[in-house]
Design a protein around this ligand. Structure first.
Ligand SMILES: [Zn+2]
Length: 257
């Protein structure tokens, strides 16, 4: 980190750390933060404060953003990078918030060069270095510990991009084995896909995960932080590797709370 940025960050933290009353309700209202140690909560408060200052937030489609909306998004966006650093979001500058699910227009060219267009409902979108778009309705449904978290989902796509490709594998730490990652994730993906084809209703993990490798990483990241017991019960090796990447163990901290 450059010296100028470091000085600027120190100044932000000195002058404008998230106020205690705000911080208290943020922690209380987000069960997924349960079990974090005092030191981790203090770190999360610092990183969330910096995220709030450094990212641009915009309301769209008539949504008027309030401070508390920005804070709710920031604290959840910062949970995954708590122990791997805010620098991971360097390529993420803007957060756009819309009131509800939005229609995403897609254009794809087939082999003959003919454009095909279609619309898709989306609760979040993040596919390049552009803004992350979030539906406020889905943000409100996130953070309760029920397995769904649109912010963590889109944040995972951002991390996935860091090795240059959105392929379900983020920039692994040096001590991690890319071959093991690929094998574990692809075996779990295939298993979920097979089970989704048979009896969807009995799946404990949202079958959106079987769209592709990138969605599998994003959805299992949601469960990692929201319902670690579900993920560890279904795919213990996926849980273990996500733990090695995020450098967190939500299962242990939620059990010992
Ligand atoms: Zn996705």
């Amino acid at each position: 980190m450059g010296i100028i940025r470091s000085i600027r960050r120190n100044r932000i933290l000195k002058e404008g750390l998230l106020p205690t009353d705000t911080w208290t309700w943020l922690v209380r209202d987000h069960p997924i933060l349960n079990g974090l140690s005092d030191a981790e909560l203090a770190l999360l408060r610092r990183i969330s404060t910096l995220f709030l200052h450094e990212k641009v937030f915009e309301g769209a489609d008539g949504l008027e953003l309030t401070d508390s909306m920005r804070e709710v998004i920031s604290v959840q966006a910062c949970l995954p990078i708590l122990h791997i650093g805010l620098e991971k979001y360097e390529n993420w500058k803007t957060v756009i918030v819309v009131p509800d699910v939005f229609i995403q227009e897609h254009t794809e060219f087939d082999k003959a060069g003919v454009a095909h267009e279609w619309d898709e409902d989306n609760s979040g979108e993040s596919w390049d270095t552009g803004p992350v778009v979030l539906s406020w309705k889905d943000v409100e449904a996130s953070g309760w510990g029920d397995g769904y978290n649109v912010i963590i989902h889109e944040a995972a796509h951002r991390l996935d991009l860091l090795d240059g490709e959105v392929n379900g594998r983020p920039d692994l730490h040096q001590e991690m084995d890319p071959t093991e990652w690929r094998e574990v994730f692809s075996a779990a993906f295939k298993d979920l896909k097979r089970r989704a084809g048979r009896k969807k209703r009995r799946l404990k993990i949202d079958d959106y995960a079987v769209e592709d490798d990138a969605e599998f990483f994003a959805v299992t990241s949601e469960y990692f932080f929201e319902q670690p017991h579900v993920l560890v019960g279904e795919y213990p090796d996926v849980y273990r590797l996500l733990g090695a990447y995020y450098r967190q163990d939500p299962l242990v901290r939620m059990k010992t709370r």
